[in-house]
Write a protein that binds this ligand. Structure first.
Ligand code: FES
Length: 106
C-alpha cells in the first residue's frame, strides 16, 4: 500500500464525480437520464479551459443517492457540493458557478 494523499492534494483542486449508475428495476437511475452525455459535457467544459484532470479531476461513480429520471447526480469534492437532475445543458452554468468562467476559481 502506498499513501498518495500529498501527491493528490497537490495536483487536484477539486474532483467532480458524476453518477453513471444503471439499474434494472422500476427505479430511476442516472444511466437512463443522460449520464454519459453529462460526463462528456463536464470533461469538454474543463478541456476547453485546460483544467481537465489537473487541477480538476473527473470520475464516474455509482449511485450518489440522488436518483432521478430527470437528470444525473453530481458531487464536487472536497467542496461537499451536491447536484441532482443535471442535464448536459446545465453543465456550463453549474461549472461556471463552481469554478468561474475560466475554471480558475479553485
Ligand atoms: S442512480 Fe445516480 S444518484 Fe442514484
Amino acid at each position: 500500500m502506498k499513501r498518495q494523499t500529498e501527491k493528490q492534494t497537490t495536483r487536484l483542486a477539486a474532483h467532480v464525480f458524476v453518477c453513471t449508475n444503471a439499474r434494472d428495476s422500476e427505479y430511476a437511475a442516472c444511466a437512463d437520464a443522460g449520464a454519459d452525455e453529462t460526463v462528456e459535457a463536464v470533461k469538454s467544459w474543463l478541456r476547453d479551459r485546460d483544467a481537465f484532470w489537473s487541477p480538476i479531476g473527473v470520475s464516474t461513480t455509482d449511485c450518489l443517492g440522488l436518483c432521478s429520471a430527470e437528470g444525473t447526480a453530481i458531487t464536487i469534492q472536497p467542496r461537499n457540493e451536491w447536484y441532482a437532475e443535471v442535464t448536459p445543458a446545465d453543465v456550463p452554468a453549474l461549472l461556471t458557478d463552481e469554478f468561474g468562467p475560466d475554471a480558475d476559481r479553485l
